[in-house]
Each structure stands twice: as structure tokens, then as C-alpha cells.
Design a protein. Sequence first.
Length: 293
Amino acid sequence: MTLDLAGLADLHMHSTASDGMLEAEELLARASRAGLRAVSITDHDTVAVHLRELDAGGVEVIPGIELSCDTEWGELHILGYHLDVHHAALLERLEELRQNRVRRLGRMVDRLLQAGVRLDEAFVDDLRGRPGSIGRPHVARELVRIGAVSNFREAFERYLGKDGAAYVPHANGLAPLDAVRLVTASGGVASAAHPAKLVEEAPESFFGELSKAGMRGLETQHPSHSPNQVKNCRRVAIGLGLLETGGSDFHSDADTENGGRHGGVGSTTVSYAVVAQMQGLSGRSSTCAGHAS
Ligand SMILES: [Zn+2]
Ligand SMILES: [Zn+2]
């Protein structure tokens, strides 16, 4: 029997369960229209979307997540694929991370108010009480909406980015090694998301350590990567024998129009063979995937 490995996969996108603007069903409808064979919805620090029944419309949905981690060279995000989304230790850790995230965003909102930004009371209440995963892009969109800044990029430059007036670093953030172990312990395959900056700035041994801890992939294909950065990331992936993953990191149509860090659903893809290889490395059997071919 030969394995059918035809088709493309977009392995990085966000739904309303984290800071994306579209419901999972709309993401899948777009994936279907784009002719994709598989997608992974990789919300920040939550697998909520994979805990419910999804009408995938013939597109294979790979359970996924994106964990935010801190390193001394800046943030690193760890993607997890094919993980057991009901794993108790995973869900427990994610709830802790959600609470950290709410606290951090609350402090950033306080700083914005102190800086004289006139945020809507309703927005602030909603942010503090929100059950799902929240992040800086939620605040950035609101800053654009109320006219405090003219675009997403300016929101990060002036307020929310590392050098911004309202920036608060992650409290009790997850270390990348812990994130890799968390994904692996729940049967998943870990891949470092959009790693170009860290490939440039961290010592060479950094990704080797992650690989030793069980990381199996590197997201070489990402809309924020320049051709030269793709080349540098590929060199690291090949050197460590890591799978090359990739995806659009879709968040919203507005971000996509501004160009840069995020693309539209299906705009960045990898071969379906990567999905199959990750499946082989994961602790899960293939029976759980909603395969519709
Ligand atoms: Zn990311
Ligand atoms: Zn992302």
C-alpha cells in the first residue's frame, strides 16, 4: 500500500478561541476554498477549539497549539501538533497560563490608562472577564478602533511591543524546554514557531538543547521570514534533523492587509508529507484525525 501524501497543509492559524478574528468553522471553510488538505488551528495557550465537534468540510484538522515562552533573547513560541487535547496535565498547565495572561494584560491596560489612552470601559471589563485566551493583538485592534494609533504596527511600536510604553513582560512565563516537554508528554510533536530572530540572536546550542529535550520541528516557512531568514532556519533544521513546518499564522483580514507578520489562510503551506511524518512521530494513532479522503 502506498501512502497518499499529495496536497498542502497550513499548520499555523488562530481562531476566536485565542486572538484570531474568525471562528474555527470560517477558518476551515477558507481552507477548503483554498484547496488545502489539512490545517492545524494553533491558538495561543489553549486547545479549546479542539475540544468541540468541528464541521471540517473535508479538510483534515490536526490538533494544535502555540505556547508563548520567554528566553533571554526574546520571546519564542512553541507549536504543538497531534497532541492529546484531553491530557489532564496539559489542561491544568494551560489554565495556569490563561490566568497569567489575564493578569499580564490587565497590567498593560493599567499602563495604557496611566499613559492617558482613553480605553472604553466595556472593552476593559470584557478583557478582564474573558474566558478564552487573550493577547496583545486584542488590545492593538482596540487601540486602532478608538483611533489612539493609526495601525496595528504603531500599536506595538508605541505601546504594546517590547519597547512600548505599556509593555509588561510575561509573568511566570513558560520556558521553551518546559513547553517542548509539555507537548511531548501529551503525545504531541513540538516545533519552534517563526524562529528567525532567535536563530540570528541565540547561540547555536540553543536549538540543539530544544532538540535534545524532544523538539522535532522548526517552522522554517512563515510570512514574517525573509528569503534569507528561511535559508538560515533551514540550515538549523537540516543540521539538527528537524522537520520543516510552516503556516500562514492567520489572525485576521486586517492584519493580512497590513502585510508583514501574518498571512491569509493557505498563503504559506507545507507538503502534506510533513503532517504524515509528524503523525508518525506523535504518540497518537491516526484513528483520531478526521481524515476525509
Ligand atoms: Zn507566534
Ligand atoms: Zn501564531
